[in-house]
Design a protein around this ligand. Structure first.
Ligand code: ATP
Ligand code: MG
Length: 138
């Protein structure tokens, strides 16, 4: 038996309905990886916020997920990539209540709380890539 992680997939986001597809895809993946229901809900909520941001700010983009595994733990990694306007000040965007669209400004800070790791790479005029990970003990 191989120890190589097998699971991965992607969902294009170019219609509001694709946010539902992202939620369903990530729910199924996280459940298959053995996450408990509370963590599944956290991961799905984070995925939903990041997908919503892509649709809202960039219009189109892609979500990729893959299974992670090391000796002691299993994880899921989600990457959200768009070629939209980018985020001018990532530090500011991470603050609760900061929104350029009259929103609650809770999507990014909420996602950071719900996941174990979060990395944002964004360039004004180029786009945004956000990677988040969640781990569970084997
Ligand atoms: N993919 C993206 N491309 C460009 N800007 C983004 C992207 N994602 C987030 N932002 C910027 O970061 C800000 C904060 O995002 P966040 O999701 O935290 O709040 P929000 O979308 O404004 O409100 P909500 O609480 O409804 O999510 C946004 O207002 C927007 O300016
Ligand atoms: Mg948002």
């Amino acid at each position: 038996m191989s120890n190589e992680p097998q699971g991965k997939g992607e969902v294009r986001i170019d219609d509001e309905s694709h946010i539902v597809t992202v939620r369903k895809t990530i729910r199924d993946a996280a459940m298959r990886l053995g996450f408990g229901i509370t963590d599944v809900t956290r991961i799905v909520t984070a995925a939903s916020e990041l997908a919503r941001n892509i649709f809202h700010y960039a219009g189109t983009g892609i979500m990729r997920w893959r299974e992670l595994a090391d000796v002691s733990r299993i994880g899921i990694e989600l990457t959200f990539e768009d070629h939209g306007p980018g985020i001018a000040d990532v530090g500011q965007a991470m603050l609760e209540g900061y929104s350029t669209s009259g929103g609650f400004g809770m999507g990014l800070p909420g996602t950071k709380r719900l996941m174990d790791e979060m990395e944002i790479n964004s360039q004004t005029g180029r786009g945004t890539t956000i990677v988040v990970r969640k781990w569970r003990r084997k």
